[in-house]
Design a protein. Structure first.
Length: 299
């Protein structure tokens, strides 16, 4: 059963994002898709972000704003999920932005194939350079097992682990009580995706990029690798291993277990080295950004 223009709840966690928040919000509100709501969840920002959020709510009825004490990205996204009214959930980080037809493409793929999860390629922005990752899965519907097999080829890829290049069914999230773990400061999106995949039947890939991911200095933090960080990464590895054993079965897992072990090394090094520009990297153009993009914004 297909829905006619089902509502999409776009959830944006906001924390001290005054320099990029307008670009992000404008890219969402200027989407070609007609039926969406924008939920801005301010996580106790200390800059002008709360005022910017409120200004958008005052001028656009599709915007809702929630102000809360600072408690981290996981709790902030969970509150956004709890307040969402849409049939689908879409997540955007406040320093990133969408292509003009991102939501339309994701919903069209979900509705055409009755998919529980839609995944798309994305652009990676570093300074004034932008490159597509080109990690697109085969066009067409995949079962959970087929998707897991593709994940095994590159288990630590952003393509699979992040929230923001995907579209989720809200009823599945609510029905199965899925949420981000507030105790985790890293890997929380990855763990959420694994839990969601356990209840998703069909997955479809969109072959074109729909999202601009900005790799900023703030996101490349110095890693201390204390015991807490190590325990979280080991827990993520254990969850990944168990997921594959459950979905692929013991024999299939044993056949590809070295790739899962490689995942542990990859996540341990995540964020330490900024990769060199990929083949096909180009300069960021005005066409990549909303019309309101200001030169003062940090790209």
């Amino acid at each position: 059963m297909y829905l006619s223009d089902p509502m999409v709840s776009v959830i944006v966690p906001v924390y001290n994002a005054e320099s990029t928040l307008r670009r992000c919000a404008d890219s969402i509100l200027e989407q070609s898709y007609p039926d969406l709501e924008l939920i801005l969840v301010d996580d106790g920002s200390k800059d002008a972000s709360p005022l910017i959020c409120d200004s958008y709510m005052q001028k656009d009825a599709r915007v809702r704003v929630i102000h809360k004490p600072n408690s981290g990205a996981s709790a902030t996204r969970n509150l956004g999920i709890a307040e969402a009214r849409g049939h689908y959930l879409q997540f955007v980080d406040s320093d990133d932005w969408l292509t003009p037809d991102a939501t339309e493409k994701l919903v069209a793929a979900a509705e055409a194939h009755q998919a529980d999860l839609v995944i798309a390629d994305f652009y990676r922005v570093s300074g004034k350079l932008v490159a597509s990752k080109h990690r697109v899965m085969p066009v067409g519907v995949m079962t959970r097992r087929e998707y897991a097999s593709k994940m095994m080829e590159n288990p630590a890829s952003f393509y699979y682990g992040v929230l923001w290049n995907k579209l989720y069914r809200r009823d599945l999230v609510v029905q199965h009580h899925l949420e981000m773990n507030p105790a985790l400061r890293i890997c929380e999106d990855f763990m959420f995706n694994l839990e969601y995949l356990r209840v998703a039947r069909y997955i479809v890939a969109v072959p074109s990029p729909v999202y601009y991911y900005v790799r900023t200095k703030n996101s490349i933090v110095s890693q201390t690798y204390g015991m807490t960080t190590l325990k979280i990464r080991l827990a993520a590895f254990d969850e990944y291993k168990q997921f594959y054993m459950d979905v692929l079965d013991e024999k299939a897992y044993q056949k590809a277990r070295l790739k899962v072990y490689r995942f542990l090394v990859d996540v341990a090094m995540d964020g330490v080295v900024l990769p060199k520009p990929a083949p096909g990297t180009r300069s960021l153009k005005a066409a990549d950004s909303p019309e309101t993009l200001d030169d003062d914004w940090d790209l």
